[in-house]
Design a protein around this ligand. Sequence first.
Ligand SMILES: [Zn+2]
Length: 351
Amino acid sequence: MLELEPQESLAARVAALPKIHLHCHLEGTLRESTFLELTARDGLPTRYRPGAAAEEEDRSPREPGKVYAFADFSEFLLLFAAVSRALSRPEDYERLAEEFAADALRRGVAYGELFISPSVWRFFHPNLDLQACVAAIHGVFARVERSHGVAFRSIVDLTRNFGAASAMETARFAASATELGVIGIGLGGDEVRFPPELFVDAFAFARSEGLHAVVHAGEASGAASVRSAVEHLRAERIGHGIRALEEPSVLALLREREIPIEVCPTSNRRTGVVGTAEEHPLPALLAAGLRVVIDDDDPALFGAHIDDEYVALARIAGESALRACIATAIDASFAPISLKRSLEERLRSAE
Ligand SMILES: [Zn+2]
């Protein structure tokens, strides 16, 4: 019998592990082929350049394999916007959720809390029925849960670029959609121009409605942004959070309050937050004693999925560190305790 190469056997072992999505944007999972199909259907460019002449958008690429390209973080945000613009009808969101779920099941995802950004959807399609879109997503997720026993929930991103008033409106929408699988709110977008403290009211309202609260911080901005997300918004988890390393007192705050950080290594490299894969501070974050979970952020756009991230972590820090991160993700999730116990059992029994 041929002996497997160590890397192949690592990939096989990772394939058997349950994957937990805590930091993945549903829109960012849209297959490139589907994006091309939807933009062709609606006569839309594949690029979004606010204020640019129509001709510039018309030069947008349509060649498969070259559409999901960007040079830096701000171009990435514009690509995310272009992808969101392509989703213009409730049935598009149903398809997005169906394709996400099929891909996730194939990769061994066992549970997921997915970000959705309805304020971005409505920015492009003012008359879009948000409730119908979330219902379409939830319908798919409910079917998957019944047929495969894998639960997916939604976290509504308030999208900081639209400002505080819009965030409050979106938080109200999130509170109205708990029957449709919405369990919390998040805060993504331009962290530099829109710091956490602008959104105190929206987060206080959401918490009072029983929603969970998570915040992207310490990605494009430094450690002060992480502190603000914890102290002002009472974030239960921090998206990215890698720049907490710049300030020991912020590391201490995260440790003291046992707040997990959702680290997305390929995303950080592709958006230019870190230089190379070797320069990623993941080992330092683990060494600092933080609760670290690993995810893929916008896997279709970044070209790396959760299983790729798990394999990369195992190579950098070892398989026991990977298993520890999965156990942390189960614990840090907002799943009911009975589901956490069964996910833990699945992790223990995975060879
Ligand atoms: Zn994110």
